[in-house]
Design a protein around this ligand. Sequence first.
Ligand code: AMP
Length: 278
Amino acid sequence: MIVANTEAELRFALAQHKVGTIGFVPTMGALHEGHLSLIEIAKQNSDFVVVSIFVNPLQFSQGEDFEKYPRVLDADLELLLREKVDLVFAPTVETIYPAGQVITEHSGELGEKFEGAIRPGHFDGMLTVVRRLFELVEPNIAVFGQKDAQQVALIKQMLLNTEFAKPIRLLVGPTIREDSGLALSSRNRYLSKDEIEAATSISAALFAADGSSSRDTALNSAKDKLDLEARLEYLELVDEHFQPVTDDFQGEALMIIACRIGQTRLIDNHRVRIERKA
Ligand code: AMP
């Protein structure tokens, strides 16, 4: 496994690999089984797998957890070696933003809703780094997690509207969960034992909504399941454009949720069926 820290090292390593397809998995490190499942998808769909580890300051707002975000590079590298990843790109902030930390991508209307409304600028920062990483790595395939559903929708939007050196195929991996249903997240490390119990009620809320007879019933069933310690930021049933579905909606929609538990902010989503019983 090659570890590249600078642009020159990355370019040199990529130049050694002239044939076959490149699969790319961007991460912020503190890797867990969710990340590893995306690497598995990349392996199955490409010949050379690149994983980046970069905590992107541009996607954190003032007062968020940029400083304390878990950075455990040695443990991450050990996991990636075991996974037989071909190349790890672990750059510094200066390598990614040689001309200073400037936003170059704008997420538009889709980036202002839900996560974007609560974390202003987050998606512009996320798209800016993803574009830069795509330009550096030039992957054929990029793999992202459904766990961050709005992020996936925005990357799809960017890929439709931007020309990259090569066309990039986006693959989306399902959310990996604990047996309890709790979605794996690097931020779960912040949770105390009691908080983990409250965090587990987030997925329980999403699962409880499945099969409801209407949008309102679904939202109420979900709210009823939430632990009192979970402070709800948003809970909504949306279509693929992140437009809330109407009261009379029938069919499948995405239930999205964000909660604060203690100091920790967690998000999750799940596809639910809304069907009026005869
Ligand atoms: P992060 O390191 O949090 O930026 O996440 C890197 C990638 O892993 C993103 O595409 C996430 O959507 C994905 N991811 C995070 N948590 C999970 C999970 N529990 N299951 C599958 N993918 C995940």
